[in-house]
Write a protein that binds this ligand. Structure first.
Ligand SMILES: Nc1ncnc2c1ncn2[C@@H]1O[C@H](COP(=O)(O)OP(=O)(O)OP(=O)(O)O)[C@@H](O)[C@H]1O
Ligand SMILES: [Mg+2]
Length: 534
C-alpha cells in the first residue's frame, strides 16, 4: 500500500500542500483533479521520488513496483520504440545490462559465474525471456504497426508516441500505476482500450486528468487538489462535481436551516448511488456513500481566466490563398482560399499532418511544392502545440513577455498576467517551472497584447483545465479574427468552427463549409457510399 503522511510542499512563498495525508488502496482507481497549477503533477513527482517534499513522507509497501506515465511526452525521443517499452520495467533492463557486461568480460571467473547465475534467476523471475515479445504484443494491441517497432520515438506522430508511453507504463503490471494526463493525444480506439484495461487492473491506479468522460469511466475515488488541501470523495468525477455544485448553492442560501441542508444532501447521495448502480463497484460505493460525513464535503473554488483575442487590424477580402501545396507522407495538392468570416477546424487521420501544415504556413517549415499567399491586410499569429522550448527559459514571466507587450512597463504586463490568473508573485516565477496548463495560458497572454486578424492554433486545449477550455471557447466564438485551428475537444470543434478541412490518411482532403456535427454526418454518408461501390 502507498501512503503519503503529513506531506507539505511549497515553492518560495507559494504553498501547494500543507499537512496532507492520504492512503492509496489496492484495487482502487484514484482520479486526481484540480485547476491548472494546483499541484497535481508535483504530487505525482513527489510520490515517484522525482521531487523531495518540503515536509512529510511517502511510503510504499516492501517490494512494490511503481510505474509512471509523465505529462512530458517527449522524454524518450532518442530511444527505440520497443526499448522504450522495456524501460518501463527498470530493474529488468538493469539486469539485462549487468548480464551482458558480465558475459562480455574477457576474464570471466568463478565469482562472475555465481553472480551471472543470480542474475539469470532474477531475470527469469521477471519473465525476462519473453519480455521483448510481451512488449511487442502490448504494442500490437494498442494498434501500433510493426513497422514502427524499431523507429526512434522522436520520429513518431504524437498519437503513436503516447501509446508507446502507455505501453511502457503498464508493461509488466506494476503494483502502483501512476499516470499524468494519459488521454492527451490518445485516439478514441486507444482510449477505449485503456479504459477497459484500467477497469480490470487489480492493483492501485492514480490518474491525473482533465478528461471528465474518462475519469467517470475508470475512477472509484476522486481526490480534489484545491488550496493546499486534498479532499477525497468516494465516487467518480460526476459525483464530485454534482456534490460540490450543490454545496456551493447551499452555501449561498445563508438562511436555510442546517437540517434542511442535510436532508437535501442525503437525498442527493441516495439518488446518485442509485444512478451509479450500473458500474461494477456499485455496491461498495453505495455503502461508502451512506457513511459520508456531511461536514467533510466542501465546495470547490475554481476560477476562470479571461481570454480575449480582439484584433485592432481591419481585415480585407484577401485572407490566405493556398495553391497545390504538398508535404510528402502528410498531404498532397492541398488548395483552399480563406475568406474573412472563416473559422476553420482542421482535422486529420494523422494529426502530425496538421502540425506540418500549420508550421509551413507560419514559415517554420517548408512545403515540398505549391504556393501560399497572405492578403496585404493580414497580421497572423500562430500558437503552436509544442512548448518544450519553454522548459529551458529561466526568465520571469514578466521579462519573457516584455518583447511582445505594446507597453513595456511591469504594471501593464502584470495586468494581462492577472487576467490569466498569474497574480502577485506568480508573475515573477521562472517560465521553465510552469505547469503544463500554465504554459498554454502564458502563450495566450503573449498573443493577447496585440492579436492578429488571422490566428492559427494547434490543439490549444491539450493540458487546459475545464475552466480555461470554457474561456478559450468563448474567446474563439467572440473574436472577429479569422481562425484556423485543430483540437481533440469535440465541444470546441462544434461550437467554434463554420468550416472543416479534413486531411485523410492517403494525403487527400475534404473541404466543407459546415459545422462539425454536419460534417460528421456528411462523412458517415460518404463512407457508406464508398463501401457500397467497392
Ligand atoms: N521549481 C519550481 N519553482 C517555483 N514554482 C514551481 C516550481 N515547480 C512548479 N512550480 C509551480 O507549482 C505549481 C504546481 O505545478 P504542477 O505542475 O504540479 O501543476 P498541475 O496541477 O500539474 O497543473 P496542470 O494541470 O497545468 O498540469 C505551478 O504553479 C508551478 O508554476
Ligand atoms: Mg500537470
Amino acid at each position: 500500500m502507498l501512503t503519503i503522511n503529513n506531506l507539505s510542499m511549497q515553492f518560495g512563498g507559494r504553498v501547494l500542500f500543507k499537512d496532507v495525508s492520504v492512503g492509496f488502496r489496492k484495487g482502487e482507481c484514484y482520479g486526481i483533479i484540480g485547476a491548472n497549477g494546483a499541484g497535481k503533477s508535483t504530487l505525482l513527482r513527489i510520490i515517484t521520488g522525482d521531487l523531495e517534499p518540503t515536509g512529510g513522507s511517502v511510503s510504499i509497501g516492501k517490494g512494490e513496483r511503481l510505474s509512471f506515465l509523465r505529462q512530458d511526452q517527449n522524454a524518450f525521443d532518442s530511444y527505440e520504440v520497443v526499448k522504450t517499452v522495456l524501460l518501463g520495467y527498470k530493474r529488468l533492463v538493469e539486469v539485462m545490462v549487468e548480464k551482458d557486461a558480465l558475459y562480455a568480460k574477457p576474464d570471466f571467473d568463478e565469482k562472475d559465474g555465481i553472480k551471472a547465475g543470480e542474475l539469470e534467476a532474477e531475470f527469469a523471475e521477471m519473465n525476462g525471456w519473453t519480455a521483448e515479445s510481451d512488449a511487442e504484443n502490448l504494442l500490437n494491441s494498442l494498434g501500433i504497426p510493426e513497422s514502427a517497432f524499431h523507429k526512434l520515438m522522436g520520429e513518431l506522430d504524437a498519437k503513436l508516441k503516447v501509446k508507446v508511453l502507455l505501453a511502457q507504463a503498464i508493461f509488466g503490471e506494476p503494483d502502483i500505476l501512476i499516470m499524468d494526463e494519459p488521454t492527451n493525444n490518445l485516439d478514441d480506439h486507444a482510449c477505449r482500450w485503456l479504459e477497459d484495461y484500467l477497469m480490470d487492473f487489480p492493483n492501485t491506479i492514480i490518474i491525473v486528468s482533465h478528461d471528465r468522460y474518462f475519469l467517470n469511466k475508470v475512477c472509484t475515488r476522486t481526490l480534489d487538489v484545491d488550496f493546499t488541501e486534498i479532499r477525497e470523495y468516494v465516487g467518480n468525477y460526476d459525483f464530485w462535481y454534482s456534490a460540490s455544485q450543490l454545496l456551493l448553492r447551499q452555501q449561498k442560501e445563508q438562511n436555510a436551516k442546517k437540517e434542511d441542508k442535510i436532508l437535501e444532501l442525503k437525498a442527493f447521495i441516495a439518488r446518485f448511488s442509485a444512478n451509479a448502480s450500473k458500474s461494477k463497484q456499485a455496491t461498495s460505493r453505495k455503502k461508502a456513500l451512506d457513511k459520508i460525513d456531511l461536514d467533510d464535503l466542501k465546495p470547490s473554488s475554481r476560477k476562470y481566466p479571461f481570454i480575449d483575442f480582439k484584433s485592432q487590424y481591419n481585415i480585407g477580402n484577401d485572407v490566405l490563398k493556398v495553391t497545390g501545396v504538398s508535404k510528402k507522407g502528410y498531404f498532397k495538392d492541398l488548395s483552399f482560399n480563406l475568406v474573412n468570416t472563416d473559422k476553420v477546424a482542421v482535422i486529420a487521420d494523422n494529426t502530425l499532418a496538421i502540425t506540418k501544415l500549420f508550421n509551413c504556413l507560419a514559415g517554420v517549415d517548408k512545403f515540398d511544392s505549391g504556393t501560399y499567399k497572405y492578403g496585404i491586410t493580414i497580421h497572423f499569429d500562430y500558437i503552436p502545440q509544442n512548448f518544450t522550448a519553454l522548459n529551458k527559459i529561466e526568465d520571469s514571466l514578466v521579462d519573457y513577455l516584455r518583447p511582445s507587450a505594446i507597453v513595456k512597463t511591469d504594471s501593464y504586463i502584470r495586468g494581462y498576467l492577472g487576467r490569466m490568473l498569474f497574480s502577485g508573485d506568480e508573475a515573477l516565477k521562472q517560465v521553465k517551472v510552469l505547469s503544463g496548463g500554465e504554459k498554454v495560458r502564458l502563450r495566450f497572454v503573449q498573443k493577447m497584447f496585440d492579436p492578429g486578424n488571422l490566428i492559427i492554433l494547434d490543439d490549444p486545449t491539450n493540458h487546459l483545465d475545464l475552466e480555461s477550455i470554457e474561456s478559450l471557447n468563448r474567446a474563439l466564438n467572440n473574436t472577429k479574427s479569422v481562425l484556423m485551428f485543430s483540437s481533440h475537444d469535440r465541444q470546441l470543434l462544434q461550437s467554434s468552427a463554420n468550416r472543416i478541412i479534413y486531411i485523410r490518411k492517403d494525403g487527400s482532403y475534404i473541404d466543407k463549409c459546415m459545422p462539425y456535427d454536419e460534417f460528421e454526418e456528411y462523412l458517415y454518408n460518404l463512407n457508406q457510399t464508398e463501401k457500397e461501390t467497392t
